[in-house]
Design a protein around this ligand. Structure first.
Ligand SMILES: Cc1ncc(COP(=O)(O)O)c(C=O)c1O
Length: 390
């Protein structure tokens, strides 16, 4: 049986020698990852980022970031419980909760940290977490850190959640992405909420891809499903996609938020979100309130991309929000395809194992509210022209 290089005995005097073997294994599988710095004035048409509403460079948003840095400093200076809490954080929390329809909110330094916080602080030894097989890595890591029993259930399958909850009589939490990052499909939230209620379980929904895109004026997937503000429902969001900034938040009943302030390790032991990011997210949220049409525009752009790509014969997944993914024959061909798009002036994402739960590599295109019809046409023509032979 081949030995896992991570577990093989180290060569004497070279404790990191196994890394070469590991790198070679990745190379053979076509799974090497590398960093490519993005120039500030990149000429590429960007369908790779998550700036769904085109707000990351909006002058009001960048001015708010600069003002906040000047007023409060470049960093938060400490944990939110020590010196890191500013009026800006409180304002953002109140406005975000109000906008999405929840009683209260708590801002974290990233969406990743918000997910770790929500899962770990709401579970623990002897409790049960029921987790969709296609959940984001941050929810998965939350399950791993929680010490709870975790049942990983088939993707978007409320009946599987019901079976996992049946017969368990302790505290239970079902966790799901609202919109899955790989295929851009939406979770069956009303059905999941009904199953959770029937079994006395709480529901935690990661609305990273729903905020700003789904629901009335971009109020998110839970608002759209009529579940926002329910006493047994908690949401997490990131400030780094539709709001064009950085950071994350947990939204839910005030008693849940109060518990997180006291018990969530990624809140207590982490420096507060930087003032610039907080100010930028607040400005973006206010812009979205003022211009709710941005949410419907990004949905239309995603649908347009999907329709044109499938009409050209590509294997694209029907998008429920802004993400449109197109299947590739192999990790290597996905990588080459993305590189060919880039050479032709188009930036697209490339998802390969382990970022894809089913092992199928994909190109990942993200629609934006500020893309023109001509840009959408150029993007589709480029993806089609560079597609690998079937
Ligand atoms: C579904 C989902 N949840 C959480 C996150 C993490 O958010 P952040 O980038 O703010 O850490 C992401 C971002 O990639 C995501 O796609």
């Amino acid at each position: 049986m081949p030995q896992d290089p991570q577990n093989s005995s180290p060569a004497p005097g070279d404790p990191f020698g196994w890394l070469e073997e590991e790198r070679e294994r990745r190379r053979r599988a076509g799974l090497v990852r590398s960093l490519r710095p993005r120039p500030a004035d990149s000429p590429l048409l960007d369908l790779a980022g998550n700036d769904y509403l085109g707000l990351a460079r909006h002058p009001e948003v960048t001015a708010a970031a600069a003002d906040a840095a000047r007023r409060w400093g470049a960093g938060a200076t400490g944990s939110r419980l020590v010196t890191g809490s500013t009026e800006l954080h409180a304002e953002l929390e109140a406005e975000l909760a109000g906008f999405c329809g929840f009683e209260a909110a708590l801002v974290f330094s990233s969406g990743y940290a918000a997910n770790l916080a929500a899962v770990t602080a709401l579970t623990g030894r002897g409790t049960l977490v029921v987790s969709d097989a296609a959940n984001h890595a941050s929810l998965i890591d939350g399950c791993r850190l929680s010490r709870a029993g975790t049942a990983v259930v088939p993707h978007a399958d409320p009946d599987a959640v019901r079976k996992a909850l049946e017969g368990f009589h302790g505290r239970a939490l079902a966790v799901t992405d609202a919109v899955f990052s790989v295929d851009g499909d939406a979770a069956p939230l009303p059905e999941l909420a009904a199953v959770c209620r029937a079994h006395g379980a709480a529901l935690l929904v990661d609305d990273a891809h729903g905020l700003g895109v789904l629901g009335e004026g971009g109020r998110g997937a839970l608002h759209a499903a009529g579940l926002a503000g329910d006493p047994d429902v908690v949401a997490t969001v990131t400030l780094s996609k539709s709001l064009g900034s950085q950071g994350g938040a947990v939204l839910g009943p005030a008693r849940v938020i109060d518990h997180l302030v006291n018990a969530a390790r990624t809140f207590v032991f982490d420096t507060g979100l930087a003032p610039a990011a907080t100010g930028a997210a607040l400005a973006a949220l206010r812009l979205l309130r003022r211009e709710p049409g941005r949410a419907s525009r990004v949905r239309e752009a995603a649908r347009g991309l999907y329709e044109r790509l499938t009409a050209a014969g590509l294997d694209a997944a029907r998008p429920d929000a802004a993400v449109v993914s197109v299947r590739a024959p192999s990790p290597e061909s996905a990588l080459d395809w993305a590189a060919d798009c880039r050479d032709a002036g188009l930036a697209v994402g490339c998802f390969r194992p382990p970022s894809v739960p089913d092992g199928v590599s994909r190109l990942r295109l993200t629609a934006r509210a500020d893309l023109t019809d001509a840009e959408l046409g150029t993007a589709v023509a480029t993806v089609v022209r560079t597609a690998p032979a079937a």
